[in-house]
Design a protein around this ligand. Structure first.
Ligand code: ADP
Length: 477
């Protein structure tokens, strides 16, 4: 089973301790190796020196064997713990130190043993003791002998063991301290996250104005908090917009419904003639019409908000589209004896969804008709706007839009003169639908107007790639 601590703090501490323990173990291993090698180097150095000393101390006995004479000593007694054995090249034993307790030191002499520069090697005595051995060939009174000197190596291993014990003893203490320190460090580093979590828990839909407090906006946690706060800001704006939209929509729906109800109630109070009833039904249907238009606009906007409107782009002539849109509203213009003129070059193509762009232009024309005086002229002008743009201007001779309202007319449910425009059937959604449509097609819509001097709504759209570069003067309109 895999052990994974639940919180980040413990996980960080665990990793920290694991990495530190591995590093410590590696360090201890390398330190021990170096200690051992350096101790053994001293050991070998002394061993080689002692080999020379022992040679000088050997003397021949009358019985042909050798003995060790301390009177020949020129560098003191050989060190304690040394083993000495001297053999003839044929292998017969000439001398063996008492410290060997009768054990052979390295077995019979090998061929050529001691002829080269002596190099210490590690051997085991028959009783298991590890010994460091060096041997060399010498002549004692003309007799060729192989002298072997060895040190008990166990002492070296004991020193290494003691060093290891000290390290082992310190190891858990170091790891424990690292764990405690690491945990405290992780706790301190992660404390802002805890406090953010506590604050975030308290933020609910009706408290979207609250923000996380940020200690240092430059560090990683501060940046996270800033991003989170920005997200809250966007959520709050979306929530507010939704709330306003719902409130405005229900308000708009209530007005025609109240009108239908009161017209109906009044009609029911007295007996009326069929002509009067027809009138009542007529005005009720007018309100129903208004409701239907409102419902359609709301539906269009909610679809647009949800991003559910698939765009079917095709290259079309903007002038042709403007003519189509003006024919849709022609009847309304005729009622007010207004004239709609469409001007521009038909070769200017845009790649758009025909129905969506037509709806946007129809809304602009509908407004121009609604708000301009009877008998006035409405001009729709299509022209190139530089290399990559095409403009469609809807210019009217209406009352214009006061500058303080211009920034808001594209907002939902925004009407400059609430009382009057409602009479004409507007709910303040037409321009917001136009703006959405134009922006969805990659363009934008702007307004230029002076109070009392008419309005110009300009739709800019990217020119289609297939649009001819050279104007075909006098081409189809
Ligand atoms: P509505 O459905 O009320 O016309 P819009 O979103 O189309 O809503 O327009 C918002 C407001 O902008 C209108 O209520 C009106 O006051 C003003 N407006 C729009 N177009 C014109 C125009 N061509 N001339 C004067 N005022 C306009």
């Amino acid at each position: 089973m895999r052990f994974t601590p639940r919180n980040v703090r413990s996980r960080l501490t665990l990793w920290y301790v694991l990495v530190l323990a591995s590093l410590l173990a590696l360090y201890a291993g390398i330190a021990s190796l170096f200690l051992f090698l350096s101790l053994r180097e001293d050991f070998d150095h002394n061993l080689l020196q002692d080999l020379e000393i022992v040679e000088g101390m050997l003397a021949k006995e009358p019985n042909g064997l050798l003995s060790l004479h301390s009177s020949h000593l020129d560098a003191g007694e050989p060190r304690i713990g040394h083993f000495i054995e001297v053999r003839s090249p044929e292998g017969s034993l000439l001398y063996r130190s008492a410290s060997l307790e009768g054990q052979a030191l390295g077995g019979p002499a090998g061929r050529g043993e001691g002829e080269r520069d002596p190099t210490p090697t590690t051997i085991r005595l028959p009783n298991g003791t590890r010994a460091r051995l060096a041997s060399s060939v010498y002549y004692i009174e003309d007799q060729r002998v192989v002298v072997r000197v060895a040190y008990d190596e166990e002492r070296l291993w004991r020193e290494l063991g003691e060093f290891g014990q000290v390290l082992l003893l310190g190891f858990p203490i170091a790891v424990l301290l690292a764990g405690v320190g690491g945990y405290a460090l992780a706790r301190k580093a992660l404390a802002p996250i805890d406090s953010m979590a506590v604050q975030a828990k308290k933020i609910s839909a009706d408290k979207l104005g609250d923000r996380l407090s940020i200690e240092n906006s430059e560090d990683e946690l501060g940046k996270l908090g800033t991003v989170f706060n920005a997200m809250l800001g966007r959520l709050q704006a979306a929530f507010d917009q939704l709330r306003r939209f719902t409130a405005d929509a229900s308000h708009e729906l209530r007005t025609p419904l109240t009108a239908i109800r009161s017209v109906g109630e009044v009609a029911l109070q007295d007996q009326r003639s069929p002509a009067e009833y027809r009138d009542v039904i007529g005005s009720m249907l007018e309100e129903v019409d208004r409701l239907t238009r409102l419902a359609e606009s709301l539906l269009a906007l909610s679809r647009a908000d949800a991003g559910h409107v698939p765009l079917q782009r095709e290259d079309i002539s903007l002038v042709h589209l403007a003519k189509e849109a003006s024919s849709v509203v022609e009847v309304l213009a005729e009622e007010k004896r207004q004239q709609i003129d469409v001007q521009g070059e038909a070769y200017l193509l845009v790649s758009v969804d025909r129905l969506i762009l037509r709806q946007a232009v129809v809304n602009l024309l509908d407004n121009a008709i609604k708000y301009s005086p009877a008998g006035s002229r409405i001009l729709v002008r299509v022209q190139r706007g530089g290399e990559k743009q095409v403009f469609l201007d809807v210019i009217d001779q209406g009352p214009g839009i006061p500058s303080e309202h211009q920034a808001h007319v594209f907002d939902r449910f925004y009407r400059v003169d609430k009382a009057r425009t409602r009479e004409w059937g507007g709910a303040g959604l037409g321009l917001s639908i136009s703006r959405w449509a134009v922006e969805a097609l990659g363009g934008d819509i702007t307004l230029r107007s002076k109070d009392g001097q008419g309005s110009t709504f300009r739709v800019s759209l990217p020119v289609a790639n297939d649009s001819p570069a050279n104007p075909l003067k006098g081409g189809p309109q």
